[in-house]
Write a new protein. Sequence first.
Length: 200
Amino acid sequence: MSKTEPILITVLRHGSVAGQAHVFRGASDEALNTQGIAQMHCTLKRIADTPFDVIATSPLRRCHDFSAAYAAQNGISLQVLPEFRELEFGVWDGLTPDEAAMRNPVEYQAFCTSYGEHAPPDGESLIQLRARVARGWHDWITTECGNNRLLVTHAGVMRALLMELFGFTSAQAFQIAIPEAASLRISHLDGQLPFLLSLN
């Protein structure tokens, strides 16, 4: 890998999953549904103009299953990186926002008004997520595994990257819609600040 050429990273959120929609989905491990797989293929077909050198993925099935299949189909190496798993929602995992608010009204209010900087009960704060993602990003970006990379991950991780790499506040990061199969494209040149090429 040349240190004089930028690394292009496509960050792809997983698509629609088979489980209940509109819930706090952190460590719960539902697979993608057919629509979700199609959404991810559609996004990559639209934005991936050259073959990837490597794919990194969250270990959770909604990311890992697609990544493993895509890697096998295209002859690309696959890296499973637990640092890029979703925020841990603790006792709220699998609950709707209304259910979480009913179960822990004080904690839910603190979580919402702080844009995730207050952790859910038995869960992880946005600050902890950002630190975990930052460690994983630094380790991965400094590994020589190619200049055109795909990272398959979660909305929370994408928000943490916007904060860590581009200085977004937690409020700004949570005011950006990151729908199913959304993507970020980032250019990273050694010794320079990263550049956000696109967000869609």
